[in-house]
Design a binder for this molecule. Sequence first.
Ligand SMILES: CC(C)(COP(=O)(O)OP(=O)(O)OC[C@H]1O[C@@H](n2cnc3c(N)ncnc32)[C@H](O)[C@@H]1OP(=O)(O)O)[C@@H](O)C(=O)NCCC(=O)NCCS
Length: 160
Amino acid sequence: MRVRPGTEADAEQAALVLRRSITELCLRDHGNDPALLASWLANKTPEKFREWVRAEDSLCLVAVAGDDTVIGVGLMSKVGEIRLNYVSPDARFQGVSTALIGALEVAAAELGVPRLNLNSTTTAHAFYLARGFQDVGQPQTDRLKDNIYPMAKSLAAEET
Ligand SMILES: CC(C)(COP(=O)(O)OP(=O)(O)OC[C@H]1O[C@@H](n2cnc3c(N)ncnc32)[C@H](O)[C@@H]1OP(=O)(O)O)[C@@H](O)C(=O)NCCC(=O)NCCS
């Protein structure tokens, strides 16, 4: 497995990974509610992925298997907001999200970003806590069936 910049050629596979990850892995968060799931999936399309790849204000990474199949997708704004971090259900718990977050952290440090921010699903909350992110503010309860956790990680310590 390796992490590389996403390309427009990855769009179909990447959109499928995003859709399957949300549908199959984030059950606690959407509870199979059709309307909620539809709104969460609405922008997880090949067309939107191509936009993310082209956008100059963000960094889009993919994790790929040895045969270059996309198995994870990460997206971060260049001011340090992690907007996507999704793994294929076929590649769960094999270090994919750890590698994606690690690569985004390295990129953020290179950009001089002092702090990463994200809104975690309940599904991924323990994962982020174990990787040095901390809760900031109250969990949000309005958008999904379970909590959404605003989290942040300071990168300043890594500069010393
Ligand atoms: C939880 C998730 C993010 C972990 O990603 P992954 O690529 O499967 O995980 P990795 O192999 O890189 O890391 C394993 C970590 O997953 C977490 N984990 C392990 N078992 C878990 C479980 N049953 N449920 C949830 N998280 C678990 C632990 O933090 C573990 O870390 P540890 O081995 O240091 O204890 C991923 O499996 C997932 O469910 N993604 C769904 C999409 C999502 O919610 N994305 C985040 C949007 S903010």
